[in-house]
Design a protein around this ligand. Structure first.
Ligand SMILES: CC(C)(COP(=O)(O)OP(=O)(O)OC[C@H]1O[C@@H](n2cnc3c(N)ncnc32)[C@H](O)[C@@H]1OP(=O)(O)O)[C@@H](O)C(=O)NCCC(=O)NCCS
Length: 166
């Protein structure tokens, strides 16, 4: 499915609602406003995912900056994605995450792009692998959701791997 990432606008928000995923039920939340919140832009960001053929809003991606050391070189983005129910399972998740990794490697100097998903979220695990990410391991009991802590799988793609698949 042809997709494109573009800056988020306020008009997108009503279409970027939460829920409709058992892995994203963190209780009542508003739309995905992080990219529009000036207080968060240094540490978080996001873009709207649109159909490249017509521009319909399909979902959003977001990221936070993870730190693996005290210096700026040891920071990397950890990405997240949400697509509307109607467009899932048609390749958009794979293509979107591939394009997001492209953006980071083309426009920043990061060596690593990271993703993190529930141990049972097989669709996201598969989409990440198809986008070139590699599974690294399990983060045990890391995420609180719906009354319990859940295990997650962590994935990454390194700049050298990204260069090798271009
Ligand atoms: C997860 C998500 C981003 C994936 O995007 P998508 O467009 O649906 O994924 P794709 O079509 O690119 O690829 C999904 C792959 O997973 C497979 N898959 C889907 N459901 C599966 C399941 N229950 N078990 C195993 N594989 C599954 C598909 O068959 C496909 O693989 P294939 O092409 O080899 O057949 C999307 O479904 C979504 O937004 N879900 C809700 C929010 C969410 O879970 N976000 C991630 C939170 S970390």
């Amino acid at each position: 499915m042809p997709v494109r990432l573009r800056p988020m606008t306020e008009a997108d928000l009503p279409q970027l609602t939460n829920a409709e995923s058992p892995y994203e039920n963190f209780g009542p939340r508003g739309p995905r406003t992080a990219p529009l919140d000036p207080s968060l832009t240094a540490d978080a960001g996001g873009l709207t995912v649109v159909d490249d053929d017509g521009g319909a809003v399909l979902g959003s991606v977001s990221w936070v900056w993870q730190r693996w050391g005290p210096n700026p070189q040891s920071r990397n983005p950890m990405i997240g994605i949400w697509l509307a129910v109607a467009v899932r399972g048609r390749g958009a998740g794979t293509e979107t995450q591939r394009q997001l990794a492209d953006l980071f490697f083309l426009h920043t100097t990061v060596n690593r792009v990271e993703a993190h998903t529930d141990a049972q979220n097989l669709a996201e695990q598969r989409a990440l692998e198809k986008a070139g990410f590699r599974r690294e391991g399990v983060t045990r009991g890391a995420q609180w959701r719906e009354g319990a802590y859940h295990d997650s799988h962590i994935f990454s793609i390194l700049r050298s791997e990204w260069e090798g698949q271009r």
